[in-house]
Design a protein around this ligand. Structure first.
Ligand code: ZN
Length: 170
C-alpha cells in the first residue's frame, strides 16, 4: 500500500499477504525503517513528525510476518534521512528496528538502532518534583538500564520511566 501525504488520507494497515516487496513499493531515495515491533508504526510516524500534511511520501506496512519478530511494521519515508535524535527516539520504542538509507533504489547504509547509555533532553522525568522539572537550565537526563523492556532511570531522582511513559511524550 502506498500513502501519499499529499492526499491526507487515513493511515490504514495492510494485512498479511505474500512477500513484503509486493506490499510496499520500492523507493528511490529516502529511509526505510524496518523491523519495527508490530503496533508501533504510527508511533514512528509521530516521532518523525509525519502528520499527512506535508509533501513527503510515506508508505507504511503493518503486521508483516517476520522471522525475527513474529510480526513487524515497516515505514518508508521518501526523500529524507533521519536525524540522530529521531533515531534515538525510535530506539526507545522499537529497539530491534533497522534504519536503511536508500539511494537510487539501493540500500547504501543499513544499521540497527542503538540506545546510547544516557538519554539527554529527549524524555521528561515523570516525577513532578524532580529537579529536572523545576529548574529550567537542567536537561532531562536518564541512564538506560535496559533497552528491552525499556527501563530508564532518572539521573537526578532515580524515578524509572518505562516504554508507556515514553510513548505518552512522543
Ligand atoms: Zn527525575
Amino acid at each position: 500500500m502506498h500513502i501519499s501525504e499529499e492526499s491526507g488520507g487515513p493511515v490504514r494497515g495492510i494485512g498479511m499477504s505474500s512477500g513484503e516487496e509486493l506490499l510496499v513499493r520500492k523507493i528511490r531515495d529516502g529511509t526505510v525503517i524496518d523491523h519495527i515491533e508490530a503496533g508501533h508504526a504510527l508511533d514512528v510516524l509521530r516521532i518523525l513528525g509525519i502528520t499527512g500534511k506535508k509533501e513527503s511520501t510515506v508508505s507504511i506496512a503493518i503486521n508483516i510476518p517476520s522471522g525475527r519478530l513474529g510480526r513487524k511494521d515497516i515505514v518508508k519515508v521518501e526523500g529524507r534521512e533521519l536525524e540522530q535524535r529521531e533515531v534515538d527516539k525510535i530506539a526507545l520504542i522499537a529497539p530491534k528496528a533497522t534504519i536503511n538509507l536508500i539511494q537510487n533504489f539501493k540500500v547504501t547504509r543499513k544499521e540497527g538502532v542503538k540506545l546510547p547509555p544516557k538519554i539527554v533532553g529527549i524524555v521528561k522525568c515523570t516525577n513532578p518534583s524532580c529537579v529536572s522539572n523545576c529548574k529550567e537550565p537542567i536537561l532531562h537526563s536518564f541512564i538506560v538500564e535496559s533497552a528491552e523492556p525499556l527501563r530508564l532511570r532518572c539521573y537526578y531522582c532515580n524515578r524509572i520511566a518505562e516504554k508507556e511513559d515514553v510513548l505518552k511524550q512522543f
